[in-house]
Each structure stands twice: as C-alpha cells, then as structure tokens.
Design a protein around this ligand. Structure first.
Ligand code: PLP
Length: 372
C-alpha cells in the first residue's frame, strides 16, 4: 500500500527508533532524580536532544520546552499569554489547525477574551492590510498565524506578519508543525517571533512529543508562561510532568537527521510533487481541480477536487492500494473548515482529497496513478 498521508503523521525513521530504545530498557532513570548515574544519563540525553533541536531551529536550546505535541503548545501559549492581558484581543486566522481554533474559541467563550479571525485568500494566506486594521482597532496580546497550512501547504509570510505585529506592541506565535523538517528555520533571524509550536511525528519522530519555543525577552530573561500543566517543577517550572525521555531522544535524533538531509529532501519532495501533479493531470484532466497552488508552499502537499465525486467514498475505495485523506486527521469527521475558508462550496469541499508525500516516497511508486 502506498502511504500518501504524511501530513497526518510520518513513520519513525529506524535510526530514530534505535536511538530511543536504550531509554526504555537500560537508561530508564528519571531525569529529575538526583545523584545516581541512571538519572544523570537521562538528564544528559534530554539536554542533548534540546541542543539538537536548538541547532535545527537556530535558537538557544534554553528557549525550547518539551510538551506532548503542537496541540499542547498551541493551547499553552495562547491561553497563557492572553489570560495575562484579558482586556486585550487575540488575533488568529480562520485557517488554523483545530487545536489553535478551539483554544481561541475557548478563550472567547469561557474567559470573555475578544478574538478576531483573519480571513484568508484563495490559497489560505492572510492579508496584511486586514491584520494591520485589526491591530489598529484594539490593543492586542498575541497574534497567532499558521506558518505552513496543513491542508493546502500554502506558506504565510511569518517574518512580515511578526514585524507588523511588533509595531503594535503585541507578541507573535506561529504554528510551525508543517514547516519543521520541510524548510530551513532560522529563529535567530525572526526577531519578532516569540513563540512557535511543533510536533515530532510530523518529521519522522515519535508521536506524543513536541516543543514550544518561547523566546527570551529583550533583556535575555526567560519569559515565564503560566503553566497549562501544573506539576513537579520540570521544564524550568513552567511545564509539569515527568519528561518522556525516549520520545525526547527520538525527537532530537529526527531533527538532526532532517537538518543533515534538508536540501536533498526538499529537492526530492519538489520533484515528487511535480510528478504527482503531472500524473493527476494526465489521468483525470478536466475532472479535477487543484486547490493548492504551486509556489510559496511546503513541498509535498497537493490538495485536489475530484469533481462530482464524494471524497469519503473515494478515500475508502483507494484504501486497499493507497492511504490518503480528506484533510486534517484531527477534524476528519467534519467538512474541512480550511477549504471552506478559501471559498470552496460544501460540494467542492466534499470532493477534495489531500495527497501528502515524504522523502520516503519514490517517484516510481507514484506510477500507481496510471493504473487507477
Ligand atoms: N498544528 C497543525 C498545523 C497540525 O497539522 C497538527 C496535527 O495534525 C497539530 C497542530 C497538532 O499536532 P499534535 O496532534 O501532534 O498535537
């Protein structure tokens, strides 16, 4: 079966698993314990992974906090920052992942925080004049904009959005879940990006582990987020819970591997995407319509309408030979809010399929489209 649902999750690289295994079996110490070597070894492994991730994202490792994934990071950052300034508005977009949208909705409904949702264009990108007019309207605590869209692949200009936000004195967060591993990220050059979320399983690491990047303030002092998970003082006292050492080790290794192979993987994904688009066009011609555009996007995500065909039926029919999805796995029971936000009718949304490739996919594997 050909796996083309890499935006839902990716397989763990064998080298990543190999690196993790000793931390289940031999090196099982709790990194927060003291004085004996099992604990020290675990602590060192965690800090090594933090360093690997710091190098990968070009930030200080002391600005990275381990969480259970991007869902938790998004919830934590938005809730903590906005509730410290409850009379300020939060600005996000209509095309965020459900984990961002749902916390924004919660902030509004339960904490009475004013939330504005930026609209997006035909491909899911924000409009800067709309952002500026919202920033002018009310004081803002935080602006949160997805970097690479998980359904379409479209990239937002995060540098420009964060610089504009800074002019109005607000903090800036980006959900970078789909750009980590698919694009070089240099946080040291993004001076006005204060927070970032990501999950390891989107770049061949294990599930259930992620990071929250929390930039130090102008004086180099760590910004103290209010914990979302209260506990035993781990992660500089702002994220409780025993550290998931094997998962953290796996995330660090996956980051290192992607850093080494970044340019090669990007080139391969671009080639694969080009070939997939060619094959789909040859095979289905006027019976399909592409929802994704071709430039300024994450390589490897192609979202397509199969005109007049129900996407659930098609995904089921393809399942014996090919794994694809109708959109985000986290909201798969509902018609995609992202595709509705770019202006598609419900019928068009219900005929759309997302193909997501990986550097493990081979060009020849895609020839299966000729046989459909
Ligand atoms: N943000 C985006 C853009 C995603 O695509 C996902 C997962 O699909 C998440 C956040 C949540 O990640 P996780 O389920 O690993 O917490």
């Amino acid at each position: 079966m050909l796996y083309l649902d890499n935006s839902s999750t990716t397989p763990v690289y064998p080298e990543v698993l190999e690196e993790m295994l000793p931390y289940f079996l031999e090196e099982y110490g709790n990194p927060s314990s003291k004085y004996y070597s099992l604990a020290e070894n675990s602590k060192n492994a965690v800090e090594h992974a933090r360093e690997q991730l710091g190098k990968f994202l070009n930030c200080s490792s002391t600005e990275l906090y381990f969480t259970s994934g991007a869902t938790e990071s998004n919830n934590w950052i938005l809730k903590s920052v906005s509730s410290s300034l409850p009379d300020h508005q939060v600005i996000t977009t209509v095309a965020e992942h459900s984990s961002n949208l749902e916390i924004a909705n919660y902030l509004n409904a339960q904490l009475n925080i004013h939330v504005e949702y930026l609209s997006v264009d035909r491909f899911g990108r924000i409009n800067f004049s709309e952002l500026e007019s919202l920033l002018k309207k009310r004081p803002t605590s935080i602006v949160s904009i997805i970097w690479g869209n998980n359904e379409l692949g479209s990239l937002n200009d995060i540098q420009k959005a964060s610089e504009l936000t800074a002019q109005y004195g607000a903090l800036f967060h980006t959900d970078a879940t789909h750009v980590v591993g698919k694009m070089k990220i240099n946080l040291s050059e993004l001076n006005h990006v204060h927070f970032l979320s990501a999950s390891a399983h989107k770049f061949n690491g294990p599930k259930g582990i992620g990071i929250a990047y929390v930039k130090k303030d102008e004086d180099g002092i760590p910004r103290k987020l209010t914990p979302l998970i209260h506990g035993g003082g781990q992660e500089q006292g702002i994220r409780g819970g025993t550290l998931a050492v094997p998962l953290i080790v796996g995330m660090g290794k996956a980051a290192e591997m992607h850093q080494v192979a970044m340019s090669k993987n990007i080139k391969k994904l671009e080639k694969l995407e080009e070939y997939l688009v060619q094959l789909l066009t040859e095979k289905f011609g006027l019976n399909i319509q592409f929802n994704s555009d071709y430039t300024n996007k994450i390589p490897g995500i192609v979202n397509v309408q199969f005109i007049g065909i129900n996407n659930e039926v098609l995904v089921k029919q393809l399942a014996p030979v090919m794994a694809v999805s109708t959109g985000s796995a986290c909201s798969s029971s509902k018609p995609s809010h992202v595709l509705q936000a770019i202006g598609l009718s419900l019928e068009e949304v219900r005929s759309s399929i997302r193909f997501s490739l990986s550097s493990n996919t081979e060009l020849k594997d895609l020839n299966i489209f000729q046989e459909l």
